[in-house]
Write a new protein. Structure first.
Length: 447
């Protein structure tokens, strides 16, 4: 039996605190005793606190202090309203913590999908309290964890009971982000990590071309419910029922077997079907009740030691579905380079600050797979506005009335000059210089 060393250390500390408490109760005057016992209570709670998970120094931001004394209020800039019919969408400019605090009052439990692409805490990508956090900051990782944690706590309250959250992250902060999400959403609600083929070209500089080349970025997927998660999946065809008898069309399928050892092994799955047993060490994939149903219908038969069933259209969905694979390849979903080229095309310029951009195809796929036709999608690290355009294109490509809420700050006029302009161009089909980008997309936008 293993020994919990940390547990023993914790018990020893609590025992020492108890001894000090006893001494104070016997020897200190009433006023001092009350204060000192309060301190000991705080120490006990700290010592007896978190026993597993990510531990980090919590940091307080300037925006926290501002929000303590001021309620967030957003005022519409009516000159920037974009109207092309469709659903009404929102772009919120300001610190995303303030935006989330406001949404907590207006949209608690109403967001169906959250997609975020937070800063990756690399190079100069992470700005905290208006300062760039560089590699020399001794609290770099704690500040990052504290920054993300506070926002994810609110995000969880916004998710609907059947909601999903998708978080893009690189390999450097993947482990930290997963521990944070496990604590906030629950480890049991983690679904998978999707890999995205971010690049297909190597870094060909003298210093980089002989190094290990990073190719994949990641998307953490969590659900906000305990039941099994199912996705929409793409229909790739209609199942064929080539055989016919007096009861109608059917197709033939062999009753499958699987290994009976390990955690999936169950003695109840080993029984004779029409006199045939599964091979030694195996068990049937179908249970006794299902088999009995096919026997009752006379839709089961044996041939050459194998058992087959007749599957009819009412036994299953007639649609053949493409699996929702946890890998987004470059050929189908594009790369960071192709996404940047598309952003250049939308804006009609290369003069912007976005080096790494997510593809419309990738985010549209996440939205299609996880939403109904009237879903509300939130992105509180909106960046260049890819999520908003992906929602609009998802409505066009698959039908529906999905709407989005995007939140971003206006550092270097990014919200006004990039995010807003991109969304306006996507909706109207016209760039800022009045040149044509596309035929436009149904939708309206409030800024």
């Amino acid at each position: 039996m293993s020994t919990n060393i940390s547990g023993k250390k914790r018990e020893a500390l609590l025992s020492k605190i108890a001894e000090i408490k006893t001494f104070i109760e016997k020897n200190a005057d009433e006023k001092n005793a009350s204060q000192l016992l309060g301190y000991l209570g705080e120490l006990s709670r700290e010592v007896n606190g978190k026993k597993y998970g990510l531990v980090f120094e919590e940091h307080r931001e300037k925006i926290d202090e501002l929000l303590e004394e001021n309620a967030p209020v957003f005022i519409e800039d009516k000159k920037l309203f974009v109207d092309n019919g469709g659903e009404l969408n929102f772009l919120l400019e300001g610190d995303n913590l303030a935006s989330l605090k406001l949404l907590e009052k207006t949209h608690r439990g109403k967001i169906d999908v959250i997609y975020i692409d937070p800063p990756y805490n690399t190079g100069n990508s992470f700005i905290y309290d208006d300062k760039i956090i560089d590699d020399n900051d001794t609290f770099k990782h704690s500040k990052y964890a504290s920054f993300i944690y506070e926002r994810l706590l609110i995000a969880k309250t916004l998710l609907s009971p059947k909601g999903f959250i998708f978080i893009s992250i690189d390999d450097k902060e993947l482990s930290v982000m997963k521990l944070l999400c496990n604590e906030i959403f629950g480890e049991a609600r983690f679904l998978t990590t999707i890999g995205w083929e971010k690049r297909t070209k190597c870094q060909n500089t003298d210093t980089a071309r002989k190094m290990l080349q990073p190719k994949i970025e990641y998307i953490l997927v969590y659900k906000n419910f305990n039941t099994r998660a199912e996705f929409n999946c793409h229909v790739i065809g209609i199942k064929n029922y080539p055989e016919t008898d007096e009861k109608g069309e059917y197709r033939i399928e062999e009753i499958g077997q699987m290994g009976a050892s390990g955690i999936r092994g169950r003695g109840t799955m080993i029984f004779p079907i029409l006199g045939v047993y599964p091979r030694e060490g195996n068990q049937w994939k179908l249970g006794q009740d299902t088999i009995n149903e096919f026997i009752t219908r006379n839709d089961l038969f044996e041939e050459n030691g194998k058992v087959y069933r007749k599957i009819r259209p009412f036994d299953e969905s007639s649609e053949s579905l493409k699996p929702f694979w946890a890998l987004f390849n470059a050929e189908q979903f594009g790369t960071a380079e192709s996404a940047k080229n598309e952003l250049n095309k939308i804006l009609g310029t290369k003069e912007h600050e976005f080096e790494t951009v997510k593809t419309i195809q990738m985010i549209e796929e996440l939205i299609y797979q996880s939403t109904n036709e009237r879903a509300t999608i939130l992105d509180f690290f909106a960046g260049s506005g890819t999520t908003g355009q992906a929602v609009l294109e998802c409505n066009r490509d698959y039908g529906g009335h999905r709407k989005f809420i995007l939140c971003t700050n206006n550092e270097n006029n990014i919200c006004r000059d990039i995010t807003y302009q991109r969304l306006k161009t996507a909706i109207t089909g016209k760039r800022k210089d009045k040149s044509n980008y596309s035929d436009g997309l149904p939708g309206s936008l409030k800024y």
